[in-house]
Design a binder for this molecule. Structure first.
Ligand SMILES: C[S@@+](CC[C@H](N)C(=O)[O-])C[C@H]1O[C@@H](n2cnc3c(N)ncnc32)[C@H](O)[C@@H]1O
Length: 158
């Protein structure tokens, strides 16, 4: 799974291919309507408002629409995260996010930072991931006779 998604230059999230939208492979709620992000902004504002230097970290921000609408909606609720981190592994989507988020008012755009790894320092705030967990490679195993057995894929007789 890791190789098929992330192998350099070949993995699904490592090529120039842009998978989101009518010309791509899938569509997600933030792409369909800004209502998703605006609805999410309300509970987020309640969580972030009392925290000093509150930040948001979004895993896998797709086209950047969720971040764009969220930052605008939070601003309207007078909540501005100190930093809006985006941890994105796809170079093509990172570029798309930059184009989308450059359309924000300058101070909001300045709060966005792209990361390649989790931030080194702990932070106060919220971690978001919409339709991302199912892309993360995991190891499968089963317990048989009190032993943990790793699952894998094999081939036999071609
Ligand atoms: C199905 S898309 C969802 C995009 C966006 N969150 C949305 O709701 O439209 C998955 C996103 O996660 C990113 N991604 C995939 N694996 C990731 C990983 N291990 N860590 C961070 N982002 C990842 C992809 O590049 C893509 O931006």
């Amino acid at each position: 799974m890791e190789a098929s998604l992330y192998a350099p230059a070949l993995g699904y999230y490592q090529t120039r291919y842009q998978p989101i939208g009518e010309q791509g492979d899938f569509i997600t709620a933030p792409e369909i309507s800004p209502l998703f992000s605006r609805t999410l902004a309300r509970p987020l504002a309640t969580l972030l408002e009392p925290l000093p230097d509150a930040c948001i970290l979004e895993f896998g921000a797709g086209s950047g629409k969720l971040a764009y609408e969220l930052l605008l909606a939070l601003d309207q609720l007078q909540v501005r995260p100190r930093v809006y981190y985006i941890l994105e592994l796809s170079p093509a989507l990172r570029e798309q996010q930059q184009q989308q988020l450059q359309q924000l008012p300058e101070p909001l755009y300045q709060s966005v930072q792209w990361l390649d790894h989790l931030p080194a320092q702990a932070f106060n705030g919220v971690v978001l991931a919409n339709e991302v967990l199912d892309a993360m490679p995991v190891e499968r195993f089963s317990i048989q006779e009190q032993q943990a057995l790793a699952w894998g894929v094999t081939e036999r007789d071609n």
